[in-house]
Design a binder for this molecule. Structure first.
Ligand SMILES: *Cc1c(COP(=O)(O)O)cnc(C)c1O
Length: 243
């Protein structure tokens, strides 16, 4: 980690925080209601450490294989830091056990089978002393119903929520979604926001609405996002080949 890189990340963070503050001000919201999740995928643990030094403790990854070593390395670089790692990418059931070791929260729960696998995995991890609490989960909603991008269709959310509520080691915290590619995000965020209101009416603990990324965080905040997931605007571009 060079001093230049640390300064670059600090400047990017200040800019992202300004954008969040301005977006909140535009719609009369309190910026304290919007959590910033720094997406560190494709970037080294040293960059994650720089974010931790700047007070960003909510970090996210989208692939288990990449996250596993990076979370360990950050723990060595910044021992004792109160970091909370979030899984935000598509997750296969056979990776549930590994994710339950390092993740405080999984935002990409999109099927009852995955919820069951994570529930068992979190229970096993707890019994093994690898985690000390339940696993927070967000239901990943598919706003446009495109199965290629993961997510549960909006009309499937009540059943999925019910499954999570009945589990022993999962805690339902809300909904996550990615805006459909290439479309104006407002219409999508509006549909998502009404799904979030319905879920919250039935499950008051499911208060989190995770939407908005580097390119659309203002629109997401306008429609009630409580968690923006930002990679590029904090750490830079990932290049064409990266996920
Ligand atoms: C990569 C990623 C992000 C961050 O995207 P940026 O455009 O780089 O800010 C957010 N959410 C998910 C699920 C991601 O995979």
């Amino acid at each position: 980690m060079t001093a230049d890189r640390a300064a670059e990340i600090a400047a990017n963070l200040a800019e992202v925080r300004d954008r969040i503050t301005a977006a909140c001000a535009a719609v009369g919201r309190d910026p304290a209601e919007v959590r910033l999740l720094a997406v560190t995928k494709t970037f080294p643990a040293a960059d994650a450490a720089a974010l931790v030094d700047l007070g960003v403790l909510d970090l996210a990854e989208n692939r288990e294989q990449e996250a596993d070593p990076k979370t360990d390395e950050l723990a060595r670089l910044r021992p004792g830091a109160a970091v909370r790692w979030h899984m935000v990418g598509r997750l296969q059931r056979n990776k549930a056990r590994a994710v339950a070791r390092w993740a405080a929260e999984v935002q990409s729960v999109d099927s009852e089978r995955l919820a069951d696998a994570l529930d068992r995995a979190a229970a096993t991890a707890r019994a093994a002393g690898e985690r000390d609490g339940p696993l927070d989960v967000l239901l990943q909603a598919s706003i446009d119903g495109d199965p290629a991008r993961g997510g549960c269709p909006l009309d499937g959310l009540p059943a999925l929520a019910h499954r999570v509520i009945r589990s022993s080691d999962l805690r339902l915290r809300g909904i996550m979604a990615v805006a459909p590619r290439g479309a104006e995000p407002r219409a999508a965020f509006e549909r998502l926001a009404s799904a979030a209101v319905r879920l919250r009416a039935e499950h008051p603990s499911a208060a989190e609405l995770s939407c908005g990324m580097s390119n659309d965080l203002e629109e997401a905040i306008e429609y009630g996002s409580t968690c923006v997931r930002v990679g590029t605007a904090l750490l830079g571009g990932r290049g064409l080949a990266s996920p």
